[in-house]
Write a protein that binds this ligand. Structure first.
Ligand code: IMP
Ligand code: MG
Length: 178
């Protein structure tokens, strides 16, 4: 299945399920090494990051917990710029080591907002993992510690990412062609 149709748009496979799996194994290995001996709280950003967070978390061999927060900034296929915080932030994060888990970093607005929320909660330190990064669109200077794949600034779906709510269940990542 190389092309998929979602609502009024057509997408072509960009990153296969197998490449995603392989990359997650590499990132998990890196995280397991870098956090060895520490407790860590994974903070997944809903909805998009649920799949990456689940696949990454099951490869983690640390004293790890996971929680999710829900932020939304997208409408249709472009970032609205304003972020609505919807749910979350009810864990005690004071002095905890945090690994933020994002599906994709585009402009970085969501990431910045998330990092700000963590800073005011006096966490011990913050690392960021994202499955995808659009480097040409990224306008913030928060360092991103673990990056699955860098991709062009084109709209993508699948592997947790949606187009108007659909396409999240696709096991590979697809890019908009028409
Ligand atoms: P940012 O705040 O502009 O970095 O956008 C980040 C959020 O927008 C991500 O967490 C995604 O949920 C969503 N997003 C950004 N780019 C895409 C895309 O290409 N497809 C689907 N969702 C996207
Ligand atoms: Mg997201």
């Amino acid at each position: 299945m190389n092309e998929v149709r979602i609502l009024d748009k057509t997408f072509r496979e960009l990153i296969s399920e197998q490449s995603i799996r392989k990359r997650i194994d590499e990132i998990a290995l890196q995280i397991n090494r870098e956090f060895v001996g520490s407790e860590v709280i994974f903070v997944g950003i809903l909805n998009g990051a649920f799949m990456f967070a689940a696949d990454l978390f099951r490869k983690i061999d640390l004293n790890a917990r996971i929680t999710f927060v829900k932020l939304a900034s997208y409408q249709g296929i472009s970032s609205s710029g304003s972020i609505k915080e919807l749910i979350g932030w009810n864990e005690d994060l004071v002095n905890k080591r945090i690994l933020v888990v994002e599906d994709i970093v585009d402009t970085g607005a969501t990431l910045e907002r998330t990092v700000n929320e963590l800073v005011i909660r006096n966490v011990a330190d913050i690392k960021i993992a994202t499955m995808l990064l659009k480097p040409a669109a990224y306008t913030r200077d928060i360092p991103i510690n673990y990056i699955g794949f860098e991709i062009p600034s084109k709209f993508v779906v699948g592997y947790g990412l949606d187009y108007n709510g659909f396409g999240r269940n696709l096991p590979s990542i697809y890019t908009l062609i028409r």
